[in-house]
Design a binder for this molecule. Sequence first.
Ligand code: IMP
Ligand code: MG
Length: 422
Amino acid sequence: MANTILVGAQWGDEGKGKIIDVLTEQADVVVRTQGGNNAGHTVFIGKQKYVLHLIPSGILRKKKICVIGNGVVVDPVGLVSEMEGLRKLNIKLSGNLFVSETAHVVFPYHRELDAQREVLKGKNKIGTTKRGIGPAYGDKAARVGLRVIDLINEERFAEKLAIKIKENNEVLKAFGAKPLSFKEVHSTYRKAGDYLRPFVTNTVTLLHQAIRRGDDILFEGAQGTFLDIDHGTYPYVTSSNTTSGGACTGSGVAPNRMDRVVGVLKAYTTRVGEGPLPTENAEIADMLHAMGREFGATTGRARRCGWFDSVATRHATMVNGIDDLAITNIDGLDTVETIKVCIGYRDGKKKYDYMPNDVEVLSRCVPVYAEFPGWLTPTDKARSWKDLPPKARSYLKAISELTDAKLFIASIGPGRDQTIFV
Ligand code: IMP
Ligand code: MG
């Protein structure tokens, strides 16, 4: 499998968790490189459902080394509770899970500030997951963050935390929010730090040892291309680089050590939170929600839904260097008579065959659609490419051509066996 970067090619929730789980079978090491517990990766093994937020989905397979890289922001209390959850399910963590000592730590004041800033923004809110992701990355960039290496050093941690709480309480007071108690935060975080200490290491040298051994590494992306802090629909984005470059900076593995990029996308489009979604469509949203699909794994929010947007996914191919496509949720379109695909945008008289950077312009854009006949047949039992209805195959081929990358996986349900290698 070589070293593979897996990214979301849309707005997140493309079904990366499942594809990662499938690809992990051939990998030795799985690494998370950005984001925090804003992510929600859902994996079904048989009837058992697992939702992972910080721990790489690879942990669900035996004997895989799972790494939380330096580019991730770690909520230690959240991480401990996720680890406890997995231990209850008899999943082995010790010797399999490693946490970077240079990953930044998310604190309660980050979460509180995240919530307060959203309130202040009013109707212009981002619709964040309120996990403190933006403020935590903000501190990292401003060079005032605390890292895992600080968390596990008792003396240093108490000293640094005291200063941070004092400073942030002033800000919280200005927002009219309740100040935090140093004692409470300190004792909760100390406990989490003690729990995590045996898992904390220099993950850069660990990954390079793996590379020298000839191990295959899977870099597990979280969120999606259009939530990228640089390449997404700013400011309606998350605070990390969700595109393939983030896998390098967030792990310490250089671009020339990477072998390929897999882009995961849905056969239609979804988005949670605010911001432009050109192909948004109420009918398809109602249909998918009525099927019990498209509710967020982290916040439970109903996702916004729309037709497939090939202008967007072609852009994703460019900025990520996507070689191969994994198209998921194909079965979600099984009952649609005429399927639309966005092949361009129109803003008044102006036509676009690329995504305009100005979110105000993008919000005004009306999609130009091509139509495809629906296959009107259940696809969830298909196990090979030729089991798929010819109309479904034509649709998938068209998506791949428009997106400008090779069709690699067609996924027709959440199960491991509902995965067709094309
Ligand atoms: P934040 O990452 O919590 O700051 O949220 C910023 C934006 O990214 C919001 O629109 C969220 O809904 C969205 N977002 C964050 N994480 C995910 C994810 O894992 N899947 C889908 N959307 C996400
Ligand atoms: Mg998700």
